[in-house]
Design a protein around this ligand. Structure first.
Ligand code: ARG
Length: 458
């Protein structure tokens, strides 16, 4: 029954057969395998390598198989090892002689490369759409809560007041870089490997540009050895995925902190949280924790393929079959994470009052007080020292800076006058940070505006 059985005198050991097979996971590339074979057969007949009648029987047969797989009426067999031989064997059983001619001028090595390129390319397009949806959700949240001011942190210590929308748009910016990464992965995947054969090219007069055109590939591999042994496009996708997950993991960490009773900055929608089987009061941010946790396996998948590739000689080696499970897992989990995160951001409630209350009783406006003195002529280092002392004094007195009287302030520096209280106001603190990428409402509006245009354009 083996398509390569001719030179063998013994049947394959059962456990070898199972260990060797990839059908358990590469069956998901059935559409790509069939599409690629249709393109190959169409080209073979156009070149006079296959008769029109054979090509026609092949194309019709493949379309039927596609329908059967879609309907769940196709039983994949481990004995036939992979998706390529499962489809080819079924085709031959169905149409006879003509089916046996399909593999002319082709090897499973360029065939699997073609399928995987097509598959990754299709998934990149799907992931790109989800990535943009998530970016859109971030812009929408930024606009919905445009007047919310929150404490900005460094070292997880309150630092300076920022707009909540500025924080959202920081993540938007990260995802914009991920988009560039994703486009690079597309570029790596957009190369047509067919015609490379097993490794050296083929003796048939194939029309590779025609196949590339049929399958909408931008480029054809320049070198047949490289064509069958390149997995850079998979690595590029996994790099993209690892960095994107690192970004989502950071966001997860913040959502987890913010939804704790200690912070109470946001409330995730009930539909995105889970409960405890013992503690009735619990509402847990499991999804955020899972995204943070799953980031580890994304790094693992990237390391797995990099390590798998590092020692293998030209051209195809069976090691390369190990390129698939990780990237498939990455694609599935990434699509889940992006979809759920967009919905979660759309549905979460931001507690602006709580953020404001926190800011009213801390020292996030201390830099503004120092800037005030510096703008009145005191060297910034000295201004810093004066405000440092003021903070120390406040802590001892159980006060915050905006509660100091003008008398107390003038005792610390004669440069203080009435208007200081205006400058300590958190709205003023935020509005004053009007540098190009600062947290002022004008700057954040500009970010949202440019972001909307970018998402539409992407
Ligand atoms: N299942 C194989 C893979 O995923 C297909 C290519 C096999 N080629 C070969 N010569 N054994 O890599």
């Amino acid at each position: 029954m083996k398509l390569w059985g001719g030179r063998f005198t013994k049947a394959t050991d059962k456990s070898v057969e199972e260990f060797n097979a990839s059908i358990q996971f590469d069956c998901r590339m059935y559409a790509e395998d069939i599409c690629g074979s249709i393109a190959h057969a169409t080209m073979l007949s156009r070149q006079g390598i296959l008769s029109a009648a054979d090509a026609n029987a092949i194309v019709e047969g493949l379309k039927k198989i596609y329908g059967q797989i879609e309907q769940g009426e196709f039983e994949f067999s481990v004995e036939l090892e992979d998706i390529h031989m499962n489809v080819e064997k079924r085709l031959t059983d169905a149409i006879g002689e003509a089916g046996k001619r399909l593999h002319t001028g082709r090897s499973r090595n360029d065939q699997v490369a073609l399928d995987t390129h097509l598959y990754i390319r299709r998934e990149i397009a799907a992931v790109a759409r989800l990535l943009m949806q998530l970016q859109q959700a971030m812009i929408t949240a930024a606009k919905r809560y445009s007047d919310v001011i929150m404490p900005g942190y460094t070292h997880l210590q309150r630092a300076q007041p920022i707009l909540f929308s500025h924080h959202m748009m920081a993540y938007f910016s990260m995802l914009s870089r991920d988009f560039i990464h994703l486009q690079y992965a597309w570029d790596m995947a957009d190369r047509m490997p067919l015609g490379a054969g097993a490794l050296a090219g083929t003796t048939y007069p194939l029309d590779q540009p025609f196949v590339a055109e049929l399958l909408h590939f931008g480029k054809i591999y320049d070198n047949s050895l490289d064509a069958v042994s390149d997995r850079d496009y998979i690595i590029a996708f996994l790099e993209f995925a690892a960095v994107l997950m690192m970004h989502l993991s950071r966001l997860s960490e913040e959502f987890i902190l913010w939804s704790s009773s200690e912070f109470k900055f946001i409330e995730l929608d009930d539909s995105h949280c889970t409960g405890s089987s013992i503690m009735p009061q619990k509402k847990n941010p499991d999804i955020c924790e899972l995204v943070r946790g799953k980031t580890g396996r994304f790094y693992g998948h990237l390391m797995g393929v990099l390590t798998m590739m590092k020692g293998i000689p030209m051209a195809y080696d069976k090691d390369m079959q190990e390129d698939k499970e990780g990237v498939f897992d990455a694609i599935d989990n990434l699509k889940f994470a992006l979809t759920i995160y967009a919905a979660m951001i759309n549905k979460m409630t931001v507690n602006g009052q709580r953020m404001r209350d926190v800011l009213e009783c801390d020292f996030s406006n201390a830099t503004d007080m120092a800037d005030y003195l510096a703008k009145k002529g005191l060297p910034f280092r000295e201004a810093h020292a004066v405000v440092g002392k003021a903070v120390h004094y406040c802590i001892e007195q159980g006060k915050v800076l905006q509660q100091l009287t003008l008398d107390e302030l003038q005792g610390m520096s004669p440069l203080f006058s009435e208007d200081i209280h205006h400058y300590l106001n958190i709205e003023t603190c935020v509005r004053q940070r009007n540098t190009y990428n600062g947290t002022s409402p004008a700057s954040v509006q500009r970010q949202c505006h440019a972001g909307t245009a970018a998402v539409v354009e992407e």
